[in-house]
Design a binder for this molecule. Structure first.
Ligand code: ADP
Ligand code: MG
Length: 290
């Protein structure tokens, strides 16, 4: 069945809030209703041609990624239009991490961190960068008594080899406080430094936001050189904030290592941290159940 045909069916579709030049709809929950998500390029008059072209390209990239990476935590690809106009995929049931109504428990926060790090490990092996890991692109779903983090929105993904190629000037504007989860090398298009460490920073920033209620760095400057200097200046403050939170314990140094401004200093071998988180999660679950 083609995406357009699916849309024409009688399912109830709910439009979701979108960040970019695409719109996404998900089917409402109901008996016999397939769990689907349809993402389509917004070709409204207010959009410039290059934005629409980029959105098509991103949709095709997302489809290619989903068809190659099968993982229960990523949506399964159902179909994509050949011209990249719309993409039909599995709907991940749950709620975006950005819309958590109550603060997550420590057990849930650690589970989210562990799941995201597992994704990053898999991306690292395959030479992929998601490039847009942030609370809005993480769906929290309940699995039995615990939760699981699912990752969506693979439109910005890039192969490390490609990400290092200069694709020309960035069109997105700095200085509006957006992209708070992106590392400086990505924000400033420092292509020779762009690698899988970009996702590591975004994961650190997401976890930081879960712990402290806001992302670690501010980036309201328009001038790239000032942005970089301001990140370097803020790094000390980030460290002080992290160590002041006594409950982070052994995690404090790891969290700071995920958030290093210089990508070469960022934590790259994730195995030890993932192992420690697994031990802590098993212990906490055991304590809760005892
Ligand atoms: N596979 C999916 N399952 C459930 N919800 C989804 C799925 N894909 C997208 N969404 C919802 O649609 C919103 C926009 O989709 P997304 O892929 O993030 O596009 P963009 O941020 O580029 O507009 C998401 O924030 C999420 O709420
Ligand atoms: Mg998104």
């Amino acid at each position: 069945m083609r995406p357009a045909d699916v849309l024409a069916c009688a399912y109830g579709w709910r439009r979701t809030k979108s960040d970019g030049a695409c719109s996404a709809w998900v089917t409402s929950e109901g008996e016999g209703v397939p769990r689907l998500c349809l993402k389509a390029v917004n070709a409204g008059r207010e959009r410039r041609t290059h934005e629409i072209d980029k959105a098509h390209l991103n949709l095709l990239k997302e489809a290619a990624f989903l068809s190659q990476f099968s993982c229960a935590a990523f949506p399964r690809l159902v179909e994509v239009d050949r011209d990249g106009t719309c993409l039909l995929m599995e709907k991940k049931v749950g709620y975006p991490l950005s819309r958590c109504e109550q603060p997550l428990s420590r057990l849930c926060r650690l589970t989210v961190l562990r799941d995201l790090l597992l994704f990053a490990q898999r991306f690292g092996v395959r030479g992929v960068i998601h490039r847009d890991i942030k609370p809005r692109n993480i769906i929290i779903s309940r699995a039995n008594a615990s939760i699981r983090a699912c990752l969506i929105d693979f439109g910005s993904m890039e192969w490390v080899s490609q990400a290092r190629v200069d694709h020309g000037p960035r069109r997105s504007k700095l200085g509006n406080g957006k992209y708070l989860y992106q590392p400086p090398e990505q924000l400033l298009s420092l292509y020779d430094r762009l690698g899988t460490a970009a996702d590591i920073f975004a994961i650190g920033a997401t976890f930081f936001a879960l712990e402290f209620g806001q992302p670690p760095f501010r980036n309201n400057e328009a001038n790239p050189r000032i942005v970089l200097a301001s990140y370097a200046r803020q790094e000390n403050q980030v460290w002080r904030t992290i160590v002041a939170r006594k409950s982070l314990e052994w995690l404090a140094e790891y969290l700071f290592a995920l958030l290093r401004v210089d990508s070469r200093l960022r934590l790259s071998d994730l195995a030890e941290l993932v192992g420690k988180l697994n031990v802590e999660l098993v212990r906490s679950r055991w304590r809760t159940e005892a």
